[in-house]
Each structure stands twice: as structure tokens, then as C-alpha cells.
Design a protein around this ligand. Structure first.
Ligand code: CA
Ligand code: CA
Length: 399
């Protein structure tokens, strides 16, 4: 039988139901808490209440200045910006000789259309979803500096004047959570560009996405996406994500890719009322090799927001399981190749994930073995586990 599971599962699976149940449970607790403490709350409301931090605004805040900063960092505090607090989604200004920053008359133009002298400051907060070592890649033309957490020593810097686009990098270990981020940049003739990428635990080098950047440079905020994980499990990929606060959240779309560049939609899940919420999903049919996943949040008030990209390596099990005949009368033969596989554990689960049958099977040099699970007609998931791993495939029993 061919191993194909055409549709990803979501919500209707045991996993999805469990997630939904968890969310419902949290809401019930919240209501109960309100009732229990309602009187206390009424008595205490006259006293100062800590303000709820605002929900983070994705992206960074940009200020643009007339003139090149020549690597003098105080330029950005001793001069007033000509363009203040402009929202940018991420730092992805690919090298160009056009006005790709949109600074217009803030720059000088020695050639028409080619802005040549301006500087920019980009500020906000970066949410680190997984603690650990991170490497930042700062590409720029001309000079640029990346600062984190107010540290006067830049994590990465491209120092100098009038050089072609080039990339520098720097590494640091970061705790999970919010970190202030500041990028100082200037263009001084020729082409211009500024690109900020990073890599971290289980996270390949990639553009720092707008889903982990918040445009409020100071002060407490409630981040939206706090976690997105993709983990290999029995030749499938478990996906999970969590939000601390949701606002105008229409849907979450899990997107996947085999090259890390071109992504297609795998599944979607409606967004929820203001969080926190946690979600789980499954990719039952990843490709062998590296699979890339990212989460796209669709919102009613702004362009889509993207999570970091996660990479999952699927190592194929070194054997093939054949089941026949199909259709069958509820009992069937199983054959495992190559014949060097001596034994394994066969397990059948129904489509909701309940274990319906489990049997150790001695394979006797590749000969077919009869299996008599005596189960009702229907679709099942076959797991065949050996020391080399677990093969998972869908199978029709009976019918
Ligand atoms: Ca230029
Ligand atoms: Ca330049």
C-alpha cells in the first residue's frame, strides 16, 4: 500500500480536540475567577490598578535624518529626524540605487532617483522565542550598527564609508522574551541597502520576521506570538504555537516549504479572542529531508505577520512495509523489505488516534506474515516500529 495521507489534520484530531478542550478550560477558569473575586475587585477598584500593557505593534519604528552619520553614533541624538516614527515591517531593504527606503527629499540626489546622503535609526523590541545562542547577520551599504538591550557594544557592525553592500555577523546568548533592539544606518553615495537576518536554536538563518519585532522601543508590551515549534515525531511533524495577546486575529496559517524560500499553505486555524492561547497541529506527510515551517497570522487591521521559520529534518526509515490484499476482509498480510529487518511492532490506530491493535511480528527473512486484527471496516493508521525508527502509513481495513 502506498504511504499517502493527503490532508493535514487539525482540530478534528485527538490532538486538535485536546487543544480546543484546553482553551475552553482556561476560559471557564477565567470566568470562575472573576465570580470568586468579583466583590474583592469592586472593593479594590478605587485603588490604583496596574495598567495592562498594550499589545505589541509588529515591526520597527524608523526615523530618517538628512545627511550621513559618518559612524558618529551621537548624530542620531544631537540631530532631529526629518521623518519620525515611521512603521517598517522588518529590515529588508535589498541593495538598490532607487529610493527603496522611501526617504524622498530627506536625501541628497547627485544622480536623479539615487538618494545618496541620509541616515536612519530603527528601534523596537525583539521577542526571542527560544533561549540560547543567536547569530545576527547585518548586511548594509553603507555603515550600520546593531545594538541589543541598550548595550553600548554593538552585536554586529559594518563600519566605514562608501563601501559596497556587505554582511557582518555577531553572536550572543539571549534569554527568551523581549529585548530592545536598535539599528543605526547611513547611506553615503552609490547604492544603498540594509538587511537584518538571524539564526538561533532550531532556526536557520533568515530575515528577522515582523512577528518577533515590536515597534514600541521602550516600555512593557504584550507580545502576540510567544512560541512556534515544529518537531519531528514518527515521520510526522508536530506543530505548536502560543500567543500572549491576540488583537484583530482572523486566522493562523501554517505554511511549509522544502527550500526555505517558496512556502505554500498547509493548514489554517481561526484566530481567537484576546489570549493567551495555545494551538497544536500536525503535518502528517512531510517530505524526506529538511522541511521548513512558518506561521502566518492574518489580521483584520494590518498586513500578515510572520513567525520565525523552523527547520525539521525527516530521516526516512530504511525499510518499506507492504500490506495486501486491498481491499481485504479485515485480515491481511504484511511484508517488510529489505529482508534484513528481523522483527518489528505493528500498531493500528483509528483515525482519531486510538490504539486498536498492537502485535510484535517476527519477519522470518522477508516472508509475508498474516495479521488478524479483526477490526471493523475503516481507515486506520499503521505504525511499524523497529530499532531503525517508526514507519507511519494510512491503510484501509476491510471494505
Ligand atoms: Ca545612493
Ligand atoms: Ca552606498
Amino acid at each position: 500500500m502506498n504511504a499517502s495521507i493527503p490532508k493535514p489534520w487539525f482540530a478534528t484530531t485527538a490532538r486538535g480536540s485536546a487543544g480546543a478542550a484546553l482553551r475552553r478550560g482556561r476560559r471557564r477558569l477565567a470566568r470562575a475567577g472573576f465570580l470568586c473575586f468579583g466583590l474583592f475587585w469592586l472593593a479594590a477598584v478605587a485603588q490604583a490598578q496596574p495598567a495592562t500593557p498594550p499589545v505589541g505593534t509588529p515591526g520597527l519604528a524608523a526615523d530618517y535624518y538628512r545627511g550621513y552619520f559618518y559612524g558618529v553614533l551621537s548624530f542620531f541624538t544631537t540631530n532631529a529626524p526629518d521623518i519620525s516614527n515611521r512603521a517598517v515591517e522588518q529590515l529588508n531593504f535589498a541593495e538598490a540605487e532607487t529610493d527603496n527606503f522611501g526617504v524622498g527629499p530627506v536625501a541628497s540626489y547627485y544622480n536623479p532617483g539615487n538618494p545618496d546622503e541620509f541616515s536612519g535609526r530603527f528601534q523596537g523590541q525583539l521577542y526571542v522565542t527560544v533561549a540560547g545562542p543567536h547569530t545576527f547577520y547585518l548586511g548594509s551599504d553603507d555603515a550600520a550598527y546593531l545594538f541589543l538591550d541598550g548595550n553600548p557594544q554593538p552585536v554586529a557592525s559594518n563600519q566605514g564609508d562608501t563601501f559596497p553592500f556587505r554582511e557582518t555577523s555577531g553572536s550572543c546568548t539571549l534569554a527568551a522574551g523581549l529585548h530592545t533592539v536598535q539599528v543605526l544606518y547611513g547611506e553615503h553615495g552609490g547604492s544603498q541597502g540594509l538587511v537584518l537576518q538571524y539564526a538561533g536554536p532550531n532556526m536557520p538563518k533568515q530575515l528577522v520576521p515582523n512577528g518577533v519585532l515590536y515597534a514600541q522601543p521602550t516600555g512593557p508590551i504584550r507580545p502576540v506570538l510567544t512560541q512556534f515549534e515544529a518537531v519531528a515525531h514518527n515521520q510526522q511533524v508536530d506543530l505548536s504555537w502560543a500567543t500572549a495577546a491576540e488583537e484583530n486575529s482572523v486566522a493562523f496559517v501554517v505554511q511549509k516549504s522544502t527550500d526555505g524560500v517558496v512556502f505554500t499553505d498547509l493548514l489554517s486555524q481561526p484566530g481567537a479572542a484576546p489570549g493567551p492561547h495555545s494551538y497544536e497541529a500536525l503535518d502528517p506527510n512531510p517530505a524526506n529531508g529538511v522541511n521548513y515551517y512558518r506561521l502566518q497570522q492574518l489580521r483584520s487591521d494590518r498586513p500578515p505577520v510572520y513567525s520565525p521559520i523552523k527547520a525539521v529534518d525527516i530521516v526516512p526509515v530504511p525499510y518499506v512495509v507492504s500490506v495486501y490484499p486491498v481491499p481485504n476482509n479485515g485480515n491481511f498480510f504484511i511484508k517488510v523489505q529489505p529482508a534484513a529487518i528481523e522483527s518489528g511492532v505493528l500498531e493500528l490506530q483509528d483515525i482519531t488516534g486510538r490504539r486498536m491493535y498492537r502485535q510484535r511480528i517476527e519477519l522470518r527473512n522477508g516472508a509475508e506474515q498474516q495479521v488478524r486484527p479483526n477490526l471493523a471496516t475503516g481507515m486506520y493508521i499503521l505504525y511499524f516500529t523497529t530499532e531503525a525508527g517508526t514507519l507511519v502509513q494510512k491503510m484501509l481495513l476491510g471494505g
